[in-house]
Design a protein around this ligand. Sequence first.
Ligand code: ZN
Length: 271
Amino acid sequence: MTANSAVYRLRAPNPSVMTGEGTNTYFIFDGDIAFLIDPGPEIPEHSEAMLDALGDRTLKGILLTHMHPDHSPAANAIKAATNAPVYGIPPDPLDTIQDHSVTVDHTLGDGEILSLGSLTVEAVTTPGHTSNHLCFWLSSEQMVFTGDHIMQGSTVVIVPPFGDMQDYLSSLEKLKKYPLKSIAPAHGELIFSPVDEINRLVAHRRSRECKVVQGLENQGWISLEDLTTIVYADVHESLHGLASRSLHAHLIKLLKEGRVTEKATLWQLND
Ligand SMILES: [Zn+2]
């Protein structure tokens, strides 16, 4: 980056089990212009903090990784204050978990380049956590902003049908073609050994998938709930509701691969 450029992080005051210490909002500055990534939930003090951090610079774009309610709603307030256009991919109309209050002014395509002065930011489609998820590659810093595709300190939740485990694993591998030096997640701290972390995440999902297949062996037809208690025996019962959604995502992946069959909400391993 040039002497006038920088990446700056603000953390929204929305800590929870799902968001860790809160949602990370990132600015990319180049001289007197800026991009903003994931403005976060609509909390007046956070919007004020963003506008303070922007100062006299001109905001050239509000970039959204996806529209979960901890990522996008404040785009409305920031757009009203700055007139900056919103970039992203609108959520599926049937995806009621995502925020539909924000209008995307420019729908991004895979590999699309956004220029900010001397800098470029590349949109990288990374479906998996949601079908419309994007990461943003800042080549000058060899940094990728990963939203909820990769988080630090917690596991990404994949909820079907708009979350997809097969897509998620492909989207993890996809990031490895970039010469990554660091990952800037929407939750947690910067990650400085990106390829190791991606490999660890893939291995974690593969090992869980092995447990799913083992859990299905010799069971005959089994419900999601019963399989959850077998596959997630190592996870506290209070988290089994969440775990069953990830298990469902694993089963749909295995279904697509022809390795399991589903019949009236029961599942069976194919021979
Ligand atoms: Zn999310």
